[in-house]
Write a protein that binds this ligand. Sequence first.
Ligand SMILES: Nc1ncnc2c1ncn2[C@@H]1O[C@H](COP(=O)(O)OP(=O)(O)OP(=O)(O)O)[C@@H](O)[C@H]1O
Ligand SMILES: [Mg+2]
Length: 257
Amino acid sequence: MTLTATSGHATGQAAPVAARADQVWKVYGSGEAEVTALRGVSVSLERGAFTAIMGPSGSGKSTLMHCLAGLDSVSRGTVHIGRTKVTGLGDKALTRVRRDQVGFIFQQFNLLPTLTAEENITLPLTIAGRRPDRTWFDTVVDTVGLRNRLRHRPAQLSGGQQQRVACARALVARPEVIFADEPTGSLDSRSGAEVLGFLRDSVHRFGQTIVMVTHDPVAAAYADRVVFLADGALVSELHAPTADSVLDTMRRLDAGV
Ligand SMILES: Nc1ncnc2c1ncn2[C@@H]1O[C@H](COP(=O)(O)OP(=O)(O)OP(=O)(O)O)[C@@H](O)[C@H]1O
Ligand SMILES: [Mg+2]
């Protein structure tokens, strides 16, 4: 099944697409240890949209995300981030794309323990030799509600606050796409709802593009669109999902109808 969000490329015009996979295959290992994690996945991620990726454990969600983010190479097919064809880029160019065009939010926050919240948020910019735009930094910090926690280190913050630091860190660089792999997987439902609300706001208020892997129908319902993977292939999608419609689709796919 091929899922495309726009007809832009058919006309040869620049499509408003933040990232795109075309017929992507991913095979790990070889011989007896060979695993085909993706089987010809095509998906376009519209700019300024919040997309959730769902599917059973082992269906290829993280693999698809890593391929779309340029963190992992594809075995066949192509990946674009914005206008850049990522497939086939050399290490140096790939590092630059990851640094300048992509942001990440992980389940385990991945903050540096010796840095303050503020230093963690600006770290990617510091590494890239860019100066944080102060107005934008303030907007991001106020949006995630961290104004009076900027001098704290991660160990002095709650899990939800740490994940909000990670969200701010991803957002402050204004990347083409933010990839989040189960960003609420380690949070209680209230902190999770805060983080999800913030992610959705950053899409609808600031036009940020976000792709999120989740197992949780309630989390997926924050997205504009949900795509479902099964056994390395895209099998369904929902627009304007609700927790109920996501659950229904999961049940239907489980039952194989
Ligand atoms: N580095 C690797 N080497 C070999 N096989 C791998 C590797 N990474 C993933 N796989 C396999 O590829 C398939 C897809 O894995 P992936 O991590 O993408 O699943 P997932 O949908 O993210 O699952 P989960 O919900 O459990 O996180 C699985 O069968 C997995 O065992
Ligand atoms: Mg995974």
